[in-house]
Design a protein around this ligand. Sequence first.
Ligand SMILES: [Zn+2]
Length: 323
Amino acid sequence: MKPCELCESRKFKTIATKIREGDGVIAQCAKCGFIVQFLHWDEKRLRNYYEKEYQITNSLISGKRISAREHFEERIKTIGPLFERVRPFLSSGMKVLEIGGGPGALLSLCKPLVKKCIGVELNTEFVKFMQRDLSIEAYAADINKLQLKDRFDLVVMINTLDHLPNPLETLTTMKNLLSEGGRIYLEIPNRDEALNFYLPQLQLADFRKFFWHRAHLYYFTKDTIAALFNKCGLHIRTTCRHEYTLKNYMNWYFTGRPQPGFVSAVSKNELFGGKSDFETRMNKLFAGTEKEFKKIMSETFRGDTLCCIGWHTDSPKARRRRA
Ligand SMILES: [Zn+2]
């Protein structure tokens, strides 16, 4: 068994044996609390899973294998809240690298605002799409094995680190790709999200089974991601956001099931499709509540996503602070 990525302990306790896809083993380090999935798959089996099963079970359009262009067009509809988080970092002279960014929806928005964008992604179809359709420099490669000449002012990774077998090595690689004063922007699922704790008993069991997922090899809390950053020699500042709607939360609350389709689950909070006075006013009520809901999720750190900004402990700013 591999020792804990964080503290090197070999003592784990099993915390779940049922996952979204069936049987599985989710375990927690007895010493530091880091959560891992024990999945004894070699690289070939993992690649096979991503190329065949994953693209159907995790498609942005439920149950359908979609093309790179379709994936791009679906993702761009919901990328607004993420782009708002990234935009404050961007300026005209900078170089941006995104790792695991799919067909490049986020980079396509960053590109007009910066000097240079590069995408590194394992899926060759997505890489071809970035090169051909978005004119973005892109590589189909493992970032830990790729020799990039550039150093970057911003290295972005969205919901990818938890899929990788080697988060410590990957985060270290990201750190080494930073230019002087550069920043990492990383988002990952929040193990402590409200749905994992606050639902009626039966629905809670349903959500927990859904939450543990074959593709996610690691599960992070605010504390364990901070420990990983610190171990790599990075400072970290973490905030939280919730991508899904209140309607989605209520759907889990009453039915114990996910909504079909990612786009509607993160963007459609209307209860009714008609235009009557009643329907219009009820939809307005929910639209107003949505903002307050997102605020609560963010401020209590119970949202589905942890948003982490990292910088070198040896950055000029950190050196000045020590002096
Ligand atoms: Zn540990």
